[in-house]
Design a protein around this ligand. Structure first.
Ligand code: ADP
Length: 170
């Protein structure tokens, strides 16, 4: 029987720090030392052990990810993805954003994570247009599902309004 990709993809609304998935994906910055938005929320909820581990990582390039433990969070691991800052779309932002999702999914596969929850990387302070970001997110996630990822993928929207960008595409 044909499997619909959307069976494996769930869209939820809420605070990603409350999710019990194997991993949550942070929208971090290159320092990996915390910041505002979802990054700040994750560091606050995880506690200072997370910052201490992040300090050993030497930062992370844009478009890449690094995984840490989750400390006081209910998930098991945190994958810190560094999304691109939106500069109008002519500086490779699309490739860099796709690369974040690709890298996080590879980490999930390599570590046999059975569920992964994404924040909407780059769509806050970094200014990535939400429609385009949702397309890139779902395309990249679906290509991993098509290629055999069997776990659950959660898209965690912070507000109800953001859900439509993903629902329309699924
Ligand atoms: P970036 O700098 O990559 O744009 P932001 O944290 O500013 O990262 O925003 C990324 C997305 O995370 C935005 O859609 C924002 O609404 C959302 N967000 C902020 N706080 C949380 C949270 N606690 N849980 C889930 N999503 C959040």
């Amino acid at each position: 029987m044909m499997k619909t990709y959307s069976e494996q993809i769930k869209i939820v609304v809420g605070d990603i720090t409350t999710l019990h998935t194997d991993a949550i994906v942070n929208a971090a910055n290159r320092s990996l030392l915390g910041g505002g938005g979802v990054d700040g929320a994750i560091h606050r909820a995880a506690g200072k052990g997370l910052l201490q581990e992040c300090m050993t990582l030497g930062g992370c390039e844009t478009g890449q990810c690094k995984m840490t433990d989750a400390y006081n969070l209910p998930c098991k691991k945190v994958i810190h993805a560094v999304g691109p800052v939106w500069h109008g779309g002519h500086q490779g932002e699309d490739k860099l954003l796709a690369s974040c999702y690709d890298c996080a999914m590879k980490i999930a596969e390599e570590n046999h994570l059975s569920s992964i929850a994404f924040s909407c990387i780059s769509t806050g302070v970094y200014g990535y247009p939400k429609t385009e970001a949702a397309q890139i997110a779902l395309q990249t996630i679906m290509s991993h599902i098509r290629n055999g990822y069997e776990g659950e993928v959660v898209i965690c929207c912070f507000c109800e309004e953001d859900v439509k960008y993903y629902k329309d595409l699924l």
